[in-house]
Design a binder for this molecule. Structure first.
Ligand code: KG4
Ligand code: ZN
Length: 340
C-alpha cells in the first residue's frame, strides 16, 4: 500500500484506559496508558463498576494526549480502531462509545478489534519484519491460548485453558502469599530470591497430545500448601513458594509452545499478553527456542500488558482487510478468538 495509514486506537477492556496512534500497523507514534491499578489494588482485584467509571473520567484526556504526542490532528487519522471484546462489558462500552462518537463526528471508518488479536499484533510492533505464519502463546489475566497464526486475519486455536488463565493463577497465588494486586509482577520479583525446587508442585499437562491448559489444580495445590503450613504453625519462605509455583507454570508454558512449533513444523514462536512480561518465562522460553532453533519474538513489557498500540497494529490489518463496522457495533464480553 503506497499511502500511509494512520490509526487512532482505543482500548478499555479491563483496568487500563489507553489510546495510541499507530502508522501502517507497525510504527507507534504515541502509546498513552492511564492505569487504574492503584485504585483496584485497594479491593484485591478489578471491580468492574469502578473500572467503567474510571474509564469515563480518563478517556478524553487519554485520547487528546495520544493525538498530541503522536503529532497528529483528528483530521489526519484514517480510521479509528477500538477493542469491542472480550472484556468487562461496562469497561468495553466506554471505549466503544467514544470510538463510535469520534468516527461519526469525523466521518472516519470504525474498525472493530478483538482484544486477543491485539495482544498477538504487539509482535508486529516489536519486530518490524515479523509476519505470519507463526505459533503464538497468548497468556494474560483472562486468557491462555496457543494459536496457529496462519495469516494476519486467519487464526486456528490449538489449545486453551480449561479453567483458570495463567495470569489468574498468578494473581490468586499472590493473594494467598499476602502480595497485592496484580500479583504476577510481584511473584516474578520475589521468586528471584527463592528456590524453585523447594516444593514440587504439579505440572498439569493433561493428555499427552493436547495443547489445552489447566491451572486450577496447581493453584489449589499452592493454596493448600500455604494453608496447611499456616494451620500447623510451620515456617515457609514466600520466595520459595513463589519460585516453585512459577517454575511449574513456566515448565508447562514452555513445553506446550515448543511442542506446537515442532508438530506444525513452524520455526517461529511469539509470546503475547501480560504473563509474557514474566522474566523467568522469557529466559526459559529463550533457552528452549535456542535449543530447538526456533526464532522467538517477545514484545517489550509495555506491549505485553494492556495497551492501545497493539489495538492499532491489529486494527491496521483489519482495516486493510475491509473489516469496517457501522454504528450498531456492540461490545461482546465473551467474544471468542476468530469470531466476528
Ligand atoms: O494482558 P493483561 O494486561 O490483561 C488481560 O488481558 O488480562 O494481563 C494481566 C495479567 C495479570 O494477571 C498480571 O498478574 C499478569 O498479567 N502479569 C504477570 C507479569 N506482569 C503482568 N504475570 C507474571 N509475571 C509478570 N511479570
Ligand atoms: Zn489483555
Amino acid at each position: 500500500m503506497d499511502k500511509d495509514i494512520t490509526i487512532l486506537a482505543i482500548e478499555s477492556s479491563c483496568d487500563e484506559t489507553a489510546a495510541a496512534v499507530v502508522r501502517n500497523g507497525r510504527e507507534v507514534l504515541s502509546n498513552i496508558i492511564s492505569s487504574q491499578i492503584a485504585t483496584h489494588k485497594l479491593y484485591g482485584g478489578v471491580v468492574p463498576e469502578i473500572a467503567s467509571r474510571q474509564h469515563i473520567k480518563a478517556i478524553d484526556q487519554v485520547i487528546d494526549a495520544a493525538l498530541e504526542e503522536g503529532g497528529v490532528s483528528k483530521n489526519d487519522i484514517d480510521a479509528i480502531a477500538v477493542t469491542y471484546g472480550p472484556g468487562l462489558v461496562g469497561a468495553l462500552l466506554v471505549g466503544l462509545s467514544e470510538a463510535k462518537a469520534l468516527a461519526f463526528a469525523l466521518n472516519k471508518p470504525l474498525v472493530p478489534v478483538h482484544h486477543i488479536e491485539g495482544h498477538i499484533a504487539a509482535n508486529y510492533i516489536q519486530n518490524k519484519d515479523w509476519k505470519p505464519p507463526f505459533i503464538c502463546e497468548v497468556i494474560s489475566g483472562g486468557h491462555t491460548h496457543i494459536v496457529h497464526i496462519k495469516d494476519y486475519n486467519d487464526f486456528e486455536i490449538l489449545g486453551q485453558t480449561r479453567d483458570d488463565a495463567a495470569g489468574e493463577a498468578y494473581d490468586k497465588v499472590a493473594r494467598v502469599l499476602g502480595l497485592t494486586y496484580p500479583g504476577g509482577p510481584q511473584i516474578d520479583k520475589i521468586a528471584k530470591a527463592g528456590n524453585s525446587e523447594a516444593v514440587k508442585f504439579p505440572r498439569v499437562v493433561l493428555e499427552n497430545d493436547t495443547y489445552d491448559f489447566s491451572f486450577s489444580g496447581l493453584k489449589s495445590a499452592v493454596l493448600n500448601y500455604v494453608n496447611k503450613a499456616q494451620m500447623k504453625g510451620e515456617e515457609y519462605k514466600k520466595e520459595d513458594i513463589a519460585a516453585s509455583f512459577q517454575q511449574a507454570v513456566v515448565d508447562v508454558l514452555v513445553e506446550k509452545a515448543i511442542r506446537a512449533c515442532r508438530e506444525f513444523n513452524i520455526k517461529r514462536l511469539a509470546l503475547a499478553g501480560g504473563v509474557s512480561a514474566n522474566s523467568h518465562l522469557r529466559e526459559e522460553m529463550k533457552k528452549a527456542c535456542e535449543r530447538e532453533n526456533i526464532e522467538l519474538c517477545v514484545p517489550d513489557i509495555i506491549l505485553c500488558t494492556d495497551n492501545a498500540a497493539m489495538i492499532g497494529a491489529a486494527g491496521y490489518y483489519e482495516y486493510i482487510n475491509g473489516n469496517i463496522a457501522d454504528m450498531s457495533l456492540n461490545a461482546y464480553p465473551g467474544l471468542k478468538l476468530g469470531e466476528r
